[in-house]
Write a protein that binds this ligand. Structure first.
Ligand code: NAD
Length: 493
C-alpha cells in the first residue's frame, strides 16, 4: 500500500502543472488553478494552472508565430520527431498507464492497452508524414496542366474529452505534426494530467517551441470562444458530446473554420441467429465494457434475433456477473468507477426508467455502495423499443437487450437513431455482413469483432456523430488544405 502511494506520488511529481506556451510551462495569467481528482477515491491528485482567455490567445500567438517555419520543415524531420515521441511514450508506458488509471479510473490493463493504441498514432503518422502525395496531370482537352498540392491547414485548436486521455490527444496531435500544423490543445478538465505529461514527452522528443501549446482550464468556452473568433486560427478538431459539437460548429461558422467533429454514439450490437453465440458474448463484453462503457464506440443497444435472445442474454449476464469492480490499480479489478457522481446518477436514472417501462434486470441494476462512483455491470432484458435507454448514450456498464425477427427489422432498428458512429454485426454469413453494412448508417462496422479502433483505420461517424475521420490516410487529410495550380500549355508558342 505504502509502496503504491509512493509510486503514485513519484509519478505525479513528473507531471507539469502549468500551461505550455511557446515551449515553456507557466502559471495562468490570473494565477487561477483547478484540481484533478481520482474517481475511485475522490482524492485530489494535482492542482493545475487554469488558463484564461488571455492565456489562450498567448498560446495562439505562439502557434501562429512558428506556423510558417514549421510548415517548411522537412517531412522527414517531422516524421522523426513523431517516431521519437512514439518511442518515448512506449518507454514510459507504465507511467502513462498508471496516470490514466489514477485520473480516469479504468483498470490498469485497459490503460496499458490505451498506451499501445495511443502511441500507435504517433508511429502511424510518422510513417504518413512523408507520404503526403499531390498529383500532376494534363487537362482533358490536352493543353494545360493541373498541379495539385497539399499544404498544412494552419494553427489548430484541438479539444479532447476525458474518456481516453492519451489516445484522443495523440489522434489529433500526431496528424497535425505530420501535416506541419501548429496547435493549441485543450484537454478535458477531468483528466488533463495525461495530456500535460504527453506534451512534456513531445518536447523531449524534439518538438520545437510553439508547435504544441497546452491550455488546460476549468473554463472550456473561455478558451474556445476567443480562439475561434481570432482569424489566425484555421481549424478546430473536437472530440466530445454532440451538443457541445453543435455549439462549436456554430462558433466555427464565424470565421469559416475547417472542422473535424468526433461526437457521441449509440452503437447497435446486432446478433443474428446464425452467429457463433460464444464469440458474440465475448465481443459484447469487449464492445460494452471497454472503458466501463464510457466510450463513444460502446455497444449501447443489443439487438438480438428472437430465436437466440434468451440463450445470448443468459450467457452475457453470466459473463457480466464474473466481473469485479474496484480501483483500477488493484490487480483483480476488471471494472473501474464512472468518471463522477453525476455520470453515475445519469446511468442509474436510465436503468430505473427502463425497468419502470417493463425491462427486467438479468444482473446488476444499482450503484455500488462505498467510496468512488462505481456502478454494477448490468444486463437488462426485454427492453421496450421506445425506452429512453435505447435512444440515449448510456456511457456506463449497462447493456439493454431487445429483440427482432427479421434482417429488415434489425436494419430499421439500428438506423432508428440520430447517431451513426460505431455498429457491430455478429453472423456467420458474410453476404449478410455486406448486405447489412450497406444499409446501416454508421461510419464504423465491427464484423464479428467487438473492438475495431486502430490507428491505420479511418475512425469517424455520420449523422449527428460528426464529420471527418481520424487515423488512416484520411486522418492526415483533415490537417491539410488542397491547392490547385493551373499551368498554361507548356507547348504554346
Ligand atoms: P464534452 O462534450 O462534455 O467535453 C469534451 C471537451 O469539450 C472537453 O475538453 C470539454 O472541456 C470541452 N467543452 C465542454 N463544453 C464546451 C464548450 N461549451 N465549448 C468548448 N469546449 C467545451 O464531452 P465529454 O463528457 O468530455 O466526453 C464524452 C463524450 O465524448 C461522449 O458523448 C462521447 O461519445 C464523446 N466521444 C466521442 C468520440 C469520437 O471519436 N466520436 C471519442 C470519445 C468520446
Amino acid at each position: 500500500m505504502a509502496e503504491t502511494a509512493a509510486r503514485e506520488a513519484e509519478l505525479l511529481a513528473k507531471v507539469p502543472t502549468g500551461l505550455l506556451i511557446n515551449g515553456e510551462w507557466r502559471d495562468a495569467s490570473d494565477g487561477g488553478t483547478f484540481e484533478v481528482a481520482d474517481p475511485a477515491t475522490g482524492k485530489v491528485l494535482a492542482t493545475l494552472a487554469s488558463a484564461t482567455s488571455e492565456d489562450a490567445l498567448a498560446a495562439l500567438d505562439a502557434a501562429d508565430k512558428v506556423q510558417a517555419s514549421w510548415a517548411r520543415t522537412a517531412p522527414r524531420e517531422r516524421a522523426e520527431i513523431l517516431r521519437r515521441g512514439f518511442e518515448l511514450v512506449t518507454e514510459r508506458a507504465e507511467d502513462f498507464a498508471l496516470l490514466m488509471t489514477m485520473e480516469m479510473g479504468k483498470p490498469l490493463a485497459e490503460s496499458r492497452g490505451e498506451v499501445v493504441y495511443g502511441a500507435e498514432f504517433l508511429r502511424w503518422f510518422s510513417e504518413e508524414a512523408v507520404r503526403d502525395y499531390g498529383r500532376y496531370l494534363t487537362t482533358p482537352e490536352g493543353k494545360n496542366k493541373i498541379l495539385v498540392t497539399r499544404k498544412p491547414v494552419g494553427p489548430c485548436l484541438l479539444i479532447t474529452p476525458w474518456n481516453f486521455p492519451l489516445a484522443m490527444a495523440t489522434r489529433k496531435v500526431g496528424p497535425a505534426i505530420a501535416a506541419g500544423c501548429t496547435m493549441v490543445l485543450k484537454p478535458a478538465k477531468l483528466t488533463p494530467l495525461t495530456s500535460q505529461y504527453f506534451a512534456q514527452t513531445m518536447i523531449e522528443a524534439g518538438l520545437p517551441a510553439g508547435v504544441l501549446n497546452v491550455v488546460s482550464s476549468k473554463s472550456a468556452s473561455g478558451i474556445s470562444g476567443p480562439l475561434m473568433q481570432d482569424s489566425r486560427l484555421r481549424k478546430v478538431s473536437f472530440t466530445g458530446s454532440t451538443p457541445v459539437g453543435k455549439q462549436l460548429l456554430k462558433d466555427a461558422a464565424n470565421n469559416v473554420l475547417r472542422t473535424s467533429m468526433e461526437l457521441g454514439g449509440n452503437a447497435p450490437f446486432i446478433v443474428f441467429e446464425d452467429a457463433d453465440l460464444d464469440k458474440a458474448v465475448e465481443g459484447a463484453m469487449a464492445a460494452k465494457m471497454r472503458n466501463m462503457g464510457e466510450a463513444c464506440t460502446a455497444a449501447n443497444r443489443f439487438l438480438v434475433q428472437a430465436s437466440v435472445a434468451e440463450e445470448f442474454t443468459t450467457k452475457f449476464a453470466n459473463a457480466m456477473k464474473a466481473l469485479k469492480t474496484g480501483r483500477g490499480t488493484e490487480a483483480d479489478t476488471t471494472v473501474g468507477p464512472l468518471i463522477d457522481g453525476g455520470a453515475r446518477d445519469d446511468v442509474h436514472a436510465l436503468v430505473t426508467a427502463a425497468v419502470e417501462a417493463g425491462a427486467s434486470v438479468s444482473t446488476g441494476g444499482a450503484p455500488v455502495d462505498g467510496d468512488g462512483y462505481f456502478y454494477q455491470p448490468t444486463v437488462l432484458a426485454n427492453v421496450p423499443n421506445d425506452a429512453d435507454i435505447l435512444r440515449s448514450e448510456i456511457f456506463g456498464p449497462v447493456a439493454p437487450v431487445t429483440t427482432f425477427e427479421t434482417e429488415e427489422q434489425a436494419i430499421a432498428l439500428a438506423n432508428a437513431s440520430e447517431y451513426g458512429l460505431a455498429s457491430y454485426i455478429y453472423s456467420r454469413d458474410v453476404n449478410r455482413m455486406f448486405r447489412v453494412s450497406e444499409q446501416i448508417e454508421f461510419g464504423l462496422v465491427g464484423y464479428n469483432a467487438g473492438v475495431i479502433s486502430n490507428a491505420a483505420a479511418p475512425f469517424g461517424g455520420v449523422k449527428q456523430s460528426g464529420m471527418g475521420r481520424e487515423g488512416g490516410a484520411e486522418g492526415l487529410d483533415e490537417y491539410t488544405t488542397v491547392q490547385y495550380i493551373g499551368i498554361a500549355d507548356p507547348y504554346a508558342k
